[in-house]
Design a protein around this ligand. Sequence first.
Ligand SMILES: Nc1nc2c(c(=O)[nH]1)N(C=O)[C@@H](CNc1ccc(C(=O)N[C@@H](CCC(=O)O)C(=O)O)cc1)CN2
Ligand SMILES: Nc1ncnc2c1ncn2[C@@H]1O[C@H](COP(=O)(O)OP(=O)(O)OP(=O)(O)O)[C@@H](O)[C@H]1O
Length: 185
Amino acid sequence: MKKDDIRRNIKARKTLLSEEEKQAAAEQVFSLLEQTAEFMLSDRILMYHSLPDELSTRAFIRKWCGRKHFYVPRVNGVNLEILPYDESRLSLGSFHIEEPTGTDTSSVDEMEMIVVPAVAYDRSGNRVGRGKGYYDRLLAGSRARKVGVAYDFQLVDEIEADPHDVQVDVVITQNNHIVIRKYRH
Ligand SMILES: Nc1nc2c(c(=O)[nH]1)N(C=O)[C@@H](CNc1ccc(C(=O)N[C@@H](CCC(=O)O)C(=O)O)cc1)CN2
Ligand SMILES: Nc1ncnc2c1ncn2[C@@H]1O[C@H](COP(=O)(O)OP(=O)(O)OP(=O)(O)O)[C@@H](O)[C@H]1O
């Protein structure tokens, strides 16, 4: 399926979710993530601060932010900066995402794990994002463990990947835990 068709389909499917379903799905997915060796062994983790139409990371970040070093991205022009997550230092940035303020940016090379948001993933780790290429640029050359998290219906048959697309190593949905590349620590 073409990326734009996937974006349209998934957007429509998401409007059917109730608040209860959204919350239950986030709990299921992040409980699976918590049980992975890579999560247990990673300290510096780049999360995403979820938008209303994304699998919510809010409860998970709140649960773990005292025990792990969590980071979130900030849009700067065509690039993403990486800053530590601090609930008291957030402000509304580009695209209505709450982003960290401050100047203490980190390099993507310092991240041990990156939870990569997407509109859809396939079983080979290909992903369709929001079409602006932010994560593809960020992930190019990164050696961090890359994990996709999503609702079951965001796992689609086959995504036609472009040369610049960067695959994730693992995809976790409510009822799927797909390991594309084995974790070696
Ligand atoms: N939670 C979260 N944070 C993130 C991303 C993300 O996908 N999710 N990003 C991932 O790249 C970066 C921001 N990129 C984004 C690109 C487009 C849109 C967006 O809402 N696009 C609208 C189109 C209208 C518009 O231009 O505002 C849309 O998709 O409907 C949001 C974020 C960094 N932070
Ligand atoms: N490594 C890169 N260097 C320069 N441009 C890039 C790179 N990766 C992607 N792009 C550009 O970004 C644009 C969007 O790409 P694509 O449709 O694959 O985004 P996406 O994967 O949906 O978004 P995202 O990566 O933000 O989730 C394309 O025009 C592409 O040329």
